[in-house]
Design a protein around this ligand. Structure first.
Ligand code: RB5
Length: 151
């Protein structure tokens, strides 16, 4: 398994903690920046980390900013990416089981480091349930491809 990492200055420290955590677990990762606490624009780093997932270079992405919101918006604009902002262990589990999320987003000012690592462990180890969720996730792809859904 390989994981892409991205963050802006608002979550530089969280990303560093995530790197340490993944190292301890022996999980391979690629760090797409940023590389200091100097102010940067979050869409660029979210794009780089999300695009690595979309291209199949990484299996999952972990992308962080102050809130988790901006990076999730950017990541979700990359075709093939399903990014979810998570603030609890339950959300980290459910977005894998039901949404087949391939990117988890979180905010350094929103979650503790302890919770962040727990969510990451759950996210990276929970399987997509498939079944009826397969159909729903494929409808997300339809929207991405410009299809106008009807009920
Ligand atoms: C940066 O100040 C902040 O706007 C960013 O980290 C993020 O939270 C945006 O959604």
């Amino acid at each position: 398994m390989k994981v892409s990492l991205g963050a802006d200055h608002g979550a530089f420290e969280l990303k560093e903690a995530v790197k340490k955590h993944l190292e301890e677990k022996g999980i391979e990762f690629e760090d797409f920046g940023c590389y200091s606490k100097e102010s940067v624009d979050y869409p660029k780093y979210a794009f780089l980390a999300a695009n690595a997932v979309a291209k199949g270079e990484c299996d999952f992405g972990i992308i962080c900013c102050t809130t988790g919101l901006g990076v999730s918006m950017a990541a979700n604009k990359v075709k093939g990416v399903r990014a979810a902002v998570c603030t609890s262990e339950m959300l980290a589990e459910m977005t894998r089981r039901h949404n087949n999320a391939n990117v988890i987003c979180m905010g350094q000012k929103v979650v503790s480091e302890d919770l962040a690592m727990k969510m990451i462990d759950i996210f990276l180890s929970t399987e997509f349930e498939g079944g009826r969720h397969e159909r729903r996730v494929s409808l997300l792809t339809d929207i991405e491809n410009g299809k106008e859904l009807t009920v």
